[in-house]
Design a protein around this ligand. Structure first.
Ligand SMILES: Nc1ncnc2c1ncn2[C@@H]1O[C@H](COP(=O)(O)OP(=O)(O)O)[C@@H](O)[C@H]1O
Ligand SMILES: [Mg+2]
Length: 591
């Protein structure tokens, strides 16, 4: 059954944190060993860093007590060196393991997202802009990666470091610890506020960057049009305006960023000031040794980063969750065309596709694009023509199951399409659209796109049927010639014939050609048509065209107007129809 009205709009539905964590949970479980290894390395690094001041303390104490000996100093500095070496190796290890994990997680999520996008239907892509989807694919993934990588590292690191450093400090002097900690809350609050602001401004920078790149992309894609209209200067000005704004926004980020570290150092130095004064008094009174005092200073420095991390990490996680929520919003969208369970497709010699009072209206439209169409396609050649906007392309897209249809309107092999899977139907249709798609790849790869396993002979046969073989022979490299991005090296007619060769190679029972012979010149046209007819012998073709010389070969020509079939019959029958007759006369005069 089909619920045609059920289009869900991209609004925010409250989602529990649990659901969101469900998106990344499995990856955590699968790589737990890697994570464990990473965090052990991280904790050991922290421990070693904490140990180094102890050696310094011992050295300073024996120096002040004048008991220090050369071998002792050598031993101590060797220990310090060893620790530093271990720190270096283990730092590399945890980075490799944990940050590596976050990259794996990002990739898994990205794959899932991409796979989901490819599963979606036409209405989905009308609701979501490509720009939005690209932003999810890059920014949101990166934010989640950040939270699960550096976010986790900072949390664990900060926890271990601060507890341990505090422990060591307390062991030296509780009173001094409390005094030195006085400025720390200020540090936490400052980082929290500043990193929040930083995030906001950073978002603005990213948005501006998207605008800038999108503008550059759109300009380059339509560069021929821009030159034809001599709009270069205008585009240049607009581009540099966007660029200037980008710089301004970046400077704002730099302002906040520039504040963050001075504030942190300032707070740290205030702590140091308190420490020097009060700690100094304790040393004078002989409550603590000079060595302890020196170690204490090191520990205080070690505390600064964890305190900043507390403020920073809260932001990172908050952003991660927001991004996951946005990703989840896309992932929970379902295509409205498919609804299992499906029936198996009956196998028959010949394929028929039948419309019964088929009506269709686009979700935002005020009138029907198709209105009570009764039509059977196959076997044989059905020609179709009609004014622009009469609904021809819409019919093709409906036949390809790109849009939902109500029950009992469309039957493939006599079965209601809503009881069949889209794949089963599409696997039997080859389609050449109005704007042929050409990939930046070799000619051969372009032709064999729908059947990558096709042999070179088959590819050549398809090219011959589409009358593009002689053109290909003229390219340097022939079938191996690479087509430039967007097929710039091909003329419109060549692109259309290439797309046709691709469809013919698929060798499917039904071929739909949506006005895709329009740019082919009149001499080649008949050759192409004969190629199609020979290849599709005994099969079904729906051929949409404005060319009378193409249409007249059809077993039946259907005339569409405002979504309705207004006339149909063979070429001779249709001459009585005014629209058709005018078309015939006009083309006779043109020729
Ligand atoms: N994606 C769409 N959303 C809303 N309306 C559309 C969409 N595509 C086409 N239409 C409208 O549907 C009607 C039929 O369009 P179309 O099938 O492309 O006509 P044709 O191929 O015969 O030129 C037109 O009025 C067109 O504006
Ligand atoms: Mg069209």
């Amino acid at each position: 059954m089909q619920d045609v009205s059920g289009s869900t709009s991209p609004t925010t539905i409250p989602v529990s944190l649990r659901t969101l964590l469900g998106l990344i949970g499995p990856t955590f479980r699968r790589h737990w060993l890697r994570l464990l290894g990473g965090f052990i390395a991280l904790v050991v690094v922290d421990f070693l860093q904490l140990i180094i001041p102890r050696f310094v303390k011992t050295a300073v104490d024996s120096l002040t007590a004048q008991t220090a000996s050369q071998p002792q100093l050598l031993q101590l500095s060797t220990m310090i060196l060893l620790c530093a070496l271990m720190v270096a190796i283990l730092r590399f290890s945890w980075r490799y393991l944990i940050i590596g994990f976050s990259r794996i997680l990002e990739q898994k999520l990205r794959d899932r997202f991409f796979e989901h996008l490819l599963r979606m239907d036409q209405p989905f892509f009308e609701r979501w802009t490509i720009g939005d989807l690209m932003a999810h694919n890059s920014n949101d993934m990166a934010t989640v990666q950040m939270a699960c990588g550096m976010g986790l590292v900072a949390t664990v690191d900060a926890l271990v470091m601060s507890t341990a450093a505090l422990g060591f400090m307390m062991a030296i002097s509780v009173k001094l610890t409390l005094i030195a900690l006085l400025p720390m809350p200020v540090l936490i609050i400052c980082t929290r506020v500043l990193s929040g602001r930083l995030h906001h401004r950073f978002n603005l920078v990213q948005e501006q960057f998207s605008l800038l790149t999108e503008f550059a992309r759109a300009t380059l894609v339509s560069v021929r049009l821009i030159k034809a209209y001599t709009l270069e200067r205008l585009q240049e000005n607009r581009f540099s305006e966007l660029g200037e704004k980008y710089v301004r926004l970046n400077l704002k980020v730099a302002t906040v960023q520039g504040l963050l570290f001075p504030v942190a150092t300032l707070v740290g130095n205030v702590g140091m000031l308190l420490l020097l004064y009060f700690g100094g008094i304790l040393v004078i009174k002989g409550d603590i040794t000079i060595g302890s005092f020196v170690a204490f200073v090191s520990y205080l420095y070690m505390l600064i980063w964890p305190m900043m991390a507390v403020g920073w990490v809260a932001n990172i996680f908050q952003r991660g969750v927001t991004s996951l929520r946005r990703i989840n919003r896309v992932l929970t969208q379902e295509p409205i065309v498919v609804q299992p369970p499906f029936q198996p497709l009956p196998k028959k010699e010949q394929y028929t596709y039948t419309c019964q009072k088929l009506s269709f209206q686009y979700s935002e439209a005020t009138h029907r694009a198709l209105d009570g169409i009764d039509l059977t396609i196959g076997p044989g050649l059905v020609g179709m023509t009609g004014r622009t906007g009469s609904g021809k392309s819409t019919l093709c897209k409906i036949l390809l199951r790109m849009y939902p249809v109500k029950d009992s309107m469309l039957f493939f092999q006599g079965v209601d399409v809503n009881d069949l899977s889209q794949e089963d139907i599409r696997n039997n249709i080859a389609y050449v659209g109005q704007e042929p798609v050409v990939f930046a790849d070799t000619i051969a790869a372009n032709i064999s796109f729908g059947r990558p396993e096709a042999t070179m002979d088959e590819i050549q046969a398809a090219a011959k049927a589409a009358a593009i073989d002689t053109d290909i022979a003229q390219f340097s490299g022939g079938y191996k010639a690479v087509i430039g991005e967007r097929g710039v090296k091909l003329s419109g007619g060549q692109r259309q014939r290439l797309a046709l060769a691709r469809a013919l190679l698929c060798d499917r029972p039904l071929l739909i050609i949506d006005d895709a012979l329009s740019a082919i010149d009149v001499e080649t046209e008949q050759q192409v048509l004969q190629g199609i007819l020979a290849k599709m012998e005994g099969k079904s073709v729906l051929l949409i065209s404005h060319r009378v010389n193409v249409l007249r070969h059809a077993d039946r020509i259907v005339l569409l107007d405002a979504g309705k079939i207004v006339d149909q019959g063979q070429h001779q029958d249709l001459l009585a129809n005014p629209f058709y007759r005018i078309m015939v006369e006009k083309q006779r005069n043109d020729a």
